[in-house]
Write a protein of this length. Structure first.
Length: 327
């Protein structure tokens, strides 16, 4: 079954519209974003956390779909242990969320130093998630790795077959869940659990819809377009997170704060974490350049490497078949 392009455009617009509506109707206060204790608006946190959960969920579904694609006919029952492993990974991700809260609480809770440290970690995770060059290698290597494991597990069979498939499904999903937990801790510390969990719930709901369409309705989804679209949106999330993290580092005294001498409207800080300091704006510009540069590097390699292989093949000396060689 295939859903028409217009249908998927409608689904995408509905998903984005749901996040925007939630953000627009959120009860945001009017705070001074340059003062300690003032952070992103409630709606902005909902959108940021929802987008990241949805993006990571898409990646997990894509890996699972690639792993289970060959389980057809008499092998269709092999999908169940993979699904069971994925379910265990979701439960383990929830457990990791509470473990991270406990560890951060033991380190001192929502102090400025802890917020600054978790902010740096969140930015590092997002830079990896948003690095298009890394993702080009990721999809080639990570999915191939899981497919090789799947073939080896099925070929060996025996009593270890079910356990191996459960472990395969677990690792395919838990990696994404672990990244989500690391990223969301900073938003939780600076903005509270309520808005983060609202956004995460919306992201999970959208991921569940895509999962149902993929594994139960057997629709062929435009994954590449969906990943690119959510990637562009996450690019804005990255800029926001870098701006807020830079402010936290300044409040904690880790980096200096040089005012640019321009007063920005309050909503610019509350929604986009753009504050009138040289260090913050420079960090956001550097993050944007890194993401855009990685995209053009990935596109360059996509065109350059195949052409280089063609040139090498054209000038490679012709080797006679083994059977034709003389001793």
């Amino acid at each position: 079954m295939r859903l028409g392009r217009l249908g998927w455009i409608g689904v995408g617009l509905a998903a984005v519209g749901l996040l925007v509506w939630k953000a627009a109707t959120a009860p945001d206060g009017v705070a001074d974003p340059t003062q300690a204790g003032a952070h992103l608006s409630h709606g902005s946190v909902v959108v940021n956390s929802g987008l990241l959960v949805f993006r990571e969920g898409l990646e997990a579904i894509l890996v699972l779909a690639a792993v289970t694609a060959s389980f057809m006919g008499s092998n269709q029952s092999l999908r169940r242990p993979v699904g069971g492993g994925a379910a265990l990974a979701i439960a383990a991700s929830v457990g990791t969320w509470f473990l991270a809260i406990a560890v951060i609480g033991a380190l001192g809770g929502p102090g400025l130093d802890v917020q600054a440290g978790t902010g740096l970690l969140a930015v590092a995770v997002l830079l990896v998630v948003m690095n298009w060059f890394f993702h080009r290698l990721y999809w080639t290597g990570w999915i191939s790795h899981h497919n090789r494991r799947r073939r080896r597990i099925v070929a060996e069979g025996g009593s270890a077959l079910t356990f191996g498939l459960v472990l395969l499904g677990f690792t395919a999903v838990y990696r994404e869940g672990f990244e989500i937990v690391l990223f969301l801790q900073n938003l939780r510390l600076t903005n509270g659990s309520s808005a983060v969990l609202e956004g995460a719930g919306i992201g999970l709901a959208l991921t569940a819809l895509v999962g149902v369409a993929t594994f139960f309705l057997h629709h062929r989804l435009p994954y590449k377009r969906m990943l690119v679209l959510t990637g562009v949106m996450l690019g804005f999330v990255l800029v926001v997170m870098v701006g807020e993290s830079a402010q936290e580092l300044q409040l904690a005294g880790w980096i200096p704060s040089t005012d640019i001498g321009v007063q920005l409207p309050g909503f610019v800080g509350l929604w986009f974490a753009i504050f009138p300091t040289v260090e913050g704006i420079a960090a956001q510009a550097l993050a944007a350049i890194t993401v855009v540069g990685s995209y053009f590097l990935a596109e360059h390699l996509k065109v350059r490497l195949p052409s280089r292989r063609g040139e090498q093949a054209a000038f490679r000396p012709e080797v006679p078949p083994v059977a034709a060689r003389t001793t």
